[in-house]
Design a protein around this ligand. Structure first.
Ligand code: 5GP
Length: 178
């Protein structure tokens, strides 16, 4: 199926996304209380969100980037998380904030939280996702922070792609699966 931008319906506008990011940052600034944070952006989808979010975080912060993939082509997940590049510095004793675009089945979030727990004794590990599709969850995991809860829709824009396209949209849109 081919998707044209004219087929997209806007779910969250640029203004709604940016306002939500500021709200999340207020909570995080309160929690971290000036302590150093390692913000880990999960490429590629979370890139826009991570970049905008960290601009509102006011503690000493380092950014790291890891790359995973679970979606094959099109609109369905492969159900298997693939660590394309997960090289990280020593995070023992650090506050780690994982930044993801969307939690769907939860497999990616679970994989990352397990990876952190197996490899590091962090001071804290928090998982933040802009979007949360709670209804499609397959494993028992909840993000510590999330922006919007959404239904089972295939979303594009603001980092989320369809076959590599539409990451550059400033809004989040959806296409009907039917
Ligand atoms: P999970 O492992 O929770 O099933 O899926 C997480 C990953 O699946 C996300 O990081 C994202 O790359 C992809 N994903 C899940 N839902 C959507 C969606 O609606 N649109 C797009 N473009 N990607 C999605």
């Amino acid at each position: 199926m081919e998707i044209k931008e004219s087929d997209l319906k806007v779910l969250f506008t640029e203004e709604q996304i940016q306002a939500k990011i500021k709200e999340l940052a207020v909570e995080m600034n309160k929690f971290y209380n000036g302590e150093e944070v390692y913000a880990i952006c999960v490429l590629k989808g979370a890139v826009m969100f991570a970049v905008d979010l960290v601009k509102h975080l006011n503690m000493p912060l380092k950014m790291e980037f890891i790359r995973l993939s679970s979606y094959g082509t099109g609109m369905t997940t492969t159900g298997k998380v693939n660590a394309v590049d997960i090289s990280l510095p020593d995070l023992n004793g650090k506050n780690v904030l994982i930044i993801e675009d969307i939690v769907d089945t939860g497999l990616t979030a679970k994989f990352l939280m397990d990876f952190m727990h197996c490899n590091f004794k962090t001071k804290s590990t928090k998982f933040c996702s802009l979007l949360d599709k709670k209804i499609t969850r397959k494993v028992d995991i909840e993000p510590d922070y999330y922006g919007f809860e959404i239904d089972d829709k295939f979303l594009v824009g603001y980092g989320l792609d369809y076959e590599g396209y539409y990451r550059n949209l400033r809004y989040i849109g959806y296409v009907d699966k039917n």
